[in-house]
Design a binder for this molecule. Sequence first.
Ligand SMILES: Cc1cc2nc3c(=O)[nH]c(=O)nc-3n(C[C@H](O)[C@H](O)[C@H](O)COP(=O)(O)OP(=O)(O)OC[C@H]3O[C@@H](n4cnc5c(N)ncnc54)[C@H](O)[C@@H]3O)c2cc1C
Length: 425
Amino acid sequence: MASDETADIVVVGGGMVGLASAIALKDRGLDVALCDPGEARARTSYGNAGVVSRGSILPMSSPALWGKLPAYLRNADRSLRLNHAHLPRVLPYAAHFLASARAARWRRAAEALLPLTSAAYPAHERLAARAGTGDRLQRTGWLKAYRTEDAFTAAALEREILAGHGVAFEILDGAAVQEAEPALVRPYARAMLLTETGSVREPGRLIEACEALFAGLGGRRLRGSVTRLAREAEGWRIDLEAGTVRARQVVLAAGAASGAIARTLGYRFAVAAERGYHRHYALHPESPPLTRPVLDTGAGSILSPMGDRRVRVLSGVELNARDAAPDHTQIEAASREAAGTLRLGGPLDNEPWLGSRPSTPDGMPVIGKAPRHDGLIFAFGHGHIGLSTGPITGEIVADLATGRTPAVPVAAFAPDRLLRWPRLF
Ligand SMILES: Cc1cc2nc3c(=O)[nH]c(=O)nc-3n(C[C@H](O)[C@H](O)[C@H](O)COP(=O)(O)OP(=O)(O)OC[C@H]3O[C@@H](n4cnc5c(N)ncnc54)[C@H](O)[C@@H]3O)c2cc1C
């Protein structure tokens, strides 16, 4: 790469959020350069469950957290695994997370997220149509399955909030679960079928197709990691491992790496990496197909169909340093549970995949202009819903960069809410 490259705007990070932003910015006639190391599997957007749901409005920091806290701290709940040694490094995040786990805040977050998640599926349809991946997006709904009546009852507040916001769902009893998803061999007491939900088969293929779309629009890819952002008199200097690019504006969309990059400008965000794993299995030849993603709440894991009768088994959350060595405890447990839920063959890949959800403690992304620097837009922290809300975030970013009012209100996603924490690390 030449060291004197210039662009109107540089997008840092080529996952779902960065690519969608780069494409939407090209659509507005800007000269766009996208910086990314270019390793497909390094993107969280590659390895997720593919769920695109209007109902994904309820952050992890739920009021139920308080009851589960003792089990979480002992690593006795499959949905969360803590590296205790890492906790001091994420204290601001953890403190903010606990503060968010109140019913009133949960309701407020749901209200703020609803316009974003409501716009997510249509934005996916628009993008998939242009990228030629429309057949990978299927509106099959998704199932949240409960093994016991007690577990279903414990989720009553979630259903109340979803119903209050007009999110469509059906409650299924055990027999109806079996009828809806005959591939499930485990008996479930109840399930919630979120009918407005779709899913992307092989999200990695969508990402590849978006890269091709961006290139076809004349977008430039600069391979390499951004090491530093610096404000200059005329605009921005973006330092990569090899070379420099200058631009009038920058979009920081580097997923879970965004917090570290923002620090080069003095922003200390209360964010963390919520790591997650997946592994693929073939369905037994005599099993009916799995038609939609299933969240097995008892296992704290998701089973997602990826096409060709392949099932992606996904683990819950591991709170750990982004670059710590993999810990396969959760994905091994999820795989054992999956073997009792579906008729599966052996694993199809040698090693489980590992990725990091770019997580904020209140479960809402950071989308907005940087409070202390002109020409810098933050677009990260999409946590559990970044595949879903990436395409609409891209459209919002393009609005912000070109001085338009975003179609989706973003005041609740303002960066400064996560900058008000003491410098503990
Ligand atoms: C197990 C699991 C299941 C999930 N399931 C779902 C789901 O069903 N639905 C859903 O909506 N979401 C889901 N998610 C979350 C979703 O995958 C993420 O929110 C989303 O992928 C984040 O997109 P992103 O573009 O912000 O980050 P990423 O996809 O991680 O992209 C960030 C990019 O920035 C690049 N980068 C990093 N550092 C630098 C640097 N210094 N310079 C330049 N580039 C850099 C990276 O290489 C990467 O390409 C899941 C996540 C996990 C882990």
